[in-house]
Ligand binder design. Structure first.
Ligand SMILES: [Zn+2]
Length: 79
């Protein structure tokens, strides 16, 4: 049994403000929450100037969650 599970959440499948429950413990996680009370940002992956993937860790259950779908959620701005 692994102490730290890895989950993947696609933000394009989330409706509303982007909040989603932790896949492991169910605590409410908001990508726009910058206080890091609920989760800690471990890594960010950029593609050009856009955020491609965000790796966070739930502070409650310590699960690692990979957030994807940022590119699809924001239309490309014309040059
Ligand atoms: Zn959790």
């Amino acid at each position: 049994m692994k102490p730290h599970q890895m989950h993947k959440v696609d933000l394009t499948t989330i409706e509303g403000s982007g909040d989603f429950p932790c896949p492991s413990c169910g605590v409410k996680i908001s990508p726009e929450d910058e206080t890091e009370n609920v989760y800690t940002i471990l890594d960010t992956k950029m593609k050009g100037h856009s955020l491609e993937e965000l790796v966070i860790q739930c502070n409650k259950c310590e699960s690692k969650i990979h957030l994807i779908g940022f590119l699809a959620s924001s239309p490309p701005s014309p040059k």
